[in-house]
Design a protein around this ligand. Structure first.
Ligand SMILES: C[S@@+](CC[C@H](N)C(=O)[O-])C[C@H]1O[C@@H](n2cnc3c(N)ncnc32)[C@H](O)[C@@H]1O
Length: 274
């Protein structure tokens, strides 16, 4: 089956290039790592399942140059301490986190459309970081910062509770095969953590072109007691989210795209499931 989706994989690839076991094996090569909470080393086989594959990914000349020219200004290191947003951006403005920005075209476009907001983009893939830096330089955008690290750990360590005004997750890896579904980012525990980082009234905006994942998102976000759906089910695409070229190709072929727009409830609105 050929799958066209707005991901970083070529359109004729149905899944990530390696399966879950060999991906894990790459990580095991490092044998020991930080456990993400206590700072102590734990064996690799105790580590959490990751939502991404570590790819070798060659940098283009333009991406390498952009990293050299703009990296120091826009890239923030991963450190296990909450970020000081006003210090990072030199102002106090609404704070939007984007997880998995890919090559950054959507990030740069939204940042240009919303100059009054500050955007923190997280991506593990170095060519994507280079590509976004190139766009930031070309478009002279100053309201984006980048962290190149696993978003799960960034969220745990660097994002304070109740601190975000919005979260964008666009076309996260769909992990089509059933045995890989566990790698999908939108899972109950991650969504609970994400919601806790939003301020009451803050929004979570997801989009996908893979219908089974859209249904999973609707189920998982709908079951999180601190979130409220702003639509009956799926939401119309908000004007600030541009369509990507992959997405447009899919739309032209009659494929669907699903947007989900949820809001963190105010404490008085949260009803106990008991
Ligand atoms: C399918 S691509 C979509 C990229 C982009 N949002 C778009 O719409 O074109 C998903 C991206 O998420 C990144 N990603 C997946 N899991 C991640 C994680 N835990 N932390 C940071 N980036 C992640 C991948 O490296 C990949 O670039």
């Amino acid at each position: 089956m050929t799958v066209l989706h707005a991901s970083c994989y070529p359109a004729n690839v149905t899944e990530a290039p390696t399966d879950g076991e060999s991906i894990a094996a790459e990580d095991v090569g490092r044998a020991l790592s930080d456990d993400g909470d206590s700072g102590q080393s734990v064996p690799a086989h105790h580590r959490r399942i990751r939502s991404f594959v570590t790819r070798a990914g060659r940098l283009s000349t333009g991406q390498r140059r952009a990293i050299e020219q703009h990296g120091a200004r826009f890239v923030v290191p991963f450190t296990p301490a909450p970020l000081d947003w006003p210090a990072l951006f030199g102002r106090a403005a609404p704070r939007i986190l984007e997880i998995g920005f890919g090559m950054g075209a959507t990030t740069a476009e939204i940042a240009a459309r919303r100059p009054g907001d500050d955007f923190l983009g997280i991506e593990v893939h170095a060519p994507g970081v280079g590509a976004l830096l190139k766009l930031l330089g070309e478009r002279e955008l100053d309201n984006v910062r980048i962290i190149q690290h696993d978003a799960v750990e960034v969220l745990e360590r660097q994002i304070a509770p109740d601190s975000l005004d919005g979260v964008h997750i666009y076309f996260p890896d769909p992990w089509h095969k059933a045995r890989h579904n566990k790698r999908r980012l939108i899972q109950p525990a991650f969504v609970a953590r994400l919601a806790s980082r939003l301020r009451p009234g803050g929004y979570l905006h997801c989009a996908t072109d893979w219908e089974p994942y859209a249904q999973q998102m609707l189920e998982v976000l709908g079951a999180e007691p601190t979130l409220r759906n702003t639509a009956d089910a799926f939401a119309p695409r908000p004007d600030y989210r541009p369509t990507t070229k992959f997405e447009q190709r899919g739309i032209n072929l009659g494929h669907g795209v699903w947007d989900l727009l949820f809001q963190r409830a105010h404490p008085a609105q949260v009803t106990s499931p008991l």
